[in-house]
Design a protein around this ligand. Structure first.
Ligand SMILES: [Zn+2]
Length: 282
């Protein structure tokens, strides 16, 4: 089994990201591999120094990843070739619609605007425009280890979606499916806030002839106000100088039973966590 953790370097790790990292780490058995990837494809959103800080935090918290860290920003050539593959199958087209043009005329769903295909047959030049991938009007289904059987019809939920933005940045979904496949990732375990990206990612996997990994989406950690812990709502940065209490807190938030013998070191925590981790209740 090969799992991975793929933080976005728009800030340091907070408790929500630690919980996701811990679950994906423990879900990989001792003879499997756990990979670390920095999802820094969206360069305008990157915060200088965040990636290095995240790596230091993970290291201090006792995570051990296999092999070299993968940086999305260094893999643009791979994404370009995936886009070529889609273009050869006539699966992408250029779109000149701005958010403003679409708001008011396009339906809006839980995942934002449902693109109505205005530019699908216009044959617009790619340069200076966004690129969208065509989606089928049929259910895409998969079995999530935590959420059960899930189906999504992309035609109704997102419409043809963007794979390269107008500013030239490759979309997260495209980069992610290419990276996971290239690294041989067999299990994607992440927060349930990313559940609605599965339909789009599975569609891209099928278009690109890539395997679909097993998916598990764990509950999102919320603060006392019921908001998802995220960098956007100022979730507190983790102070990795005291790693053990952070690990125990993340363990508790993961819904795991309290460890009978309280660990006194990071190494002891991980050896106990490996023995008792149980994803069954997710
Ligand atoms: Zn358009």
């Amino acid at each position: 089994m090969i799992g991975r953790f793929a933080p976005t370097p728009s800030g340091a790790l907070h408790m929500g990201s630690l919980v996701a990292a811990m679950a994906s780490y423990l879900a990989v058995p001792a003879d499997g591999r756990w990979l670390l990837r920095i999802d820094d494809i969206d360069t305008p959103r990157n915060v200088a120094g965040s990636a290095e800080r995240i790596i230091r935090q993970l290291d201090a918290l006792g995570f051990q990843w296999h092999g070299e860290i993968v940086w999305q920003s260094r893999r643009l050539e791979r994404y370009r070739s995936a886009l070529d593959q889609l273009r050869r199958q006539d699966l992408i087209y250029a779109c000149e619609c701005s958010r403003k043009t679409l708001s008011g005329v396009a339906d809006s769903g839980p995942q934002g605007i449902v693109y109505p295909g205005f530019c699908a047959d216009k044959g617009l030049p790619e340069h200076g425009n966004a690129l969208r991938v065509r989606v089928p009007d049929e259910d895409i289904c998969f079995d999530d280890q935590c959420r059960g059987h899930i189906c999504e019809n992309l035609h109704d939920s997102t419409g043809d979606f963007i794979v390269r933005r107008r500013d030239g940045v490759y979309a997260y979904h495209l980069a992610t499916v290419v990276d996971d496949a290239d690294a041989g990732v067999t299990q994607v375990l992440r927060g349930a806030d990313l559940l609605d990206s599965c339909g789009r990612q599975i569609h891209l996997q099928r278009c690109l002839n890539l395997p679909t990994p097993a998916y598990a989406h764990i509950p999102v950690i919320r603060n006392a106000h019921g908001q998802k812990l995220s960098k956007q709502n100022m979730a507190r940065e983790l102070d990795e100088s005291e790693p053990l209490p952070l690990l125990l807190e993340a363990w508790r938030l993961l819904g795991q039973k309290a460890l009978v013998e309280a660990p006194v070191s990071v190494a002891e925590f991980w050896s106990a966590a490996r023995r008792f981790f149980d994803l069954a209740g997710c």
